[in-house]
Design a protein around this ligand. Sequence first.
Ligand SMILES: Nc1ncnc2c1ncn2[C@@H]1O[C@H](COP(=O)(O)OP(=O)(O)O)[C@@H](O)[C@H]1O
Ligand SMILES: Nc1ccn([C@H]2C[C@H](O)[C@@H](COP(=O)(O)OP(=O)(O)O)O2)c(=O)n1
Ligand SMILES: [Mg+2]
Length: 208
Amino acid sequence: MGTVVEATNQGENGNVTEQKPTVVFVLGGPGSGKGTQCANIVENFGYTHLSAGDLLRAEIKSGSENGTMIQNMIKEGKIVPSEVTIKLLQKAMQESGNDKFLIDGFPRNEENRAAFEEVTKIEPAFVLYFDCPDEEMERRLLNRNQGREDDNIETIRKRFKVFMDSSLPVINYYDAKGKVRKIEAARPINEVFESVKAIFSTKNEKAD
Ligand SMILES: Nc1ncnc2c1ncn2[C@@H]1O[C@H](COP(=O)(O)OP(=O)(O)O)[C@@H](O)[C@H]1O
Ligand SMILES: Nc1ccn([C@H]2C[C@H](O)[C@@H](COP(=O)(O)OP(=O)(O)O)O2)c(=O)n1
Ligand SMILES: [Mg+2]
């Protein structure tokens, strides 16, 4: 079995080798509801959910040599170097056995985006963007109660700034390619999911 993550559609001799996996990037500010909606999508549409933040937090817990660096960056609301995050994503993709992925919270900056494309040669089918006002996101994060070291008001403000400065440009990049599916996220969870369902039920998954 070859790797799904670096798969190409055609070998050098022109033979069809493997299909590239379907990837949907799930973006939006901290607390916009990415993880919550991904869980719903998994139940209904057969995707594997990969949260970049969850993978990084698991890496900290595992006691890896990068753990302290990752922990310090997350506490400061900063974005971990792509090399680290992409390796974790590739490993999780390989281990999943699936060929449809929701990649949640990635790419969060231009470096993430360009490096993922370079390393995997995968273009997302589309980008789901949860648009939510800061006040609502702040309320949700302060009530999240998952014991996260970055869900305090000081780090939250830093994360909002990083989102505005570094992540919105990535969303704009994909918007210019017609790939962004924007969702009003400041509504009850089930209403947001109705909008999500409508997007996954249309034939845009394979669109270039
Ligand atoms: N539509 C919603 N309305 C109210 N609270 C929500 C909604 N979606 C998610 N939440 C809550 O807000 C918090 C952040 O949601 P989460 O899915 O973890 O967001 P993200 O992954 O984008 O940071 C969680 O406590 C979650 O239960
Ligand atoms: N691509 C990514 C994703 C997350 N991180 C780090 C920096 C982020 O502030 C934290 C938390 O990300 P996570 O997606 O779990 O946070 P939210 O669900 O948006 O609240 O992880 C990263 O460095 N690079
Ligand atoms: Mg999340």
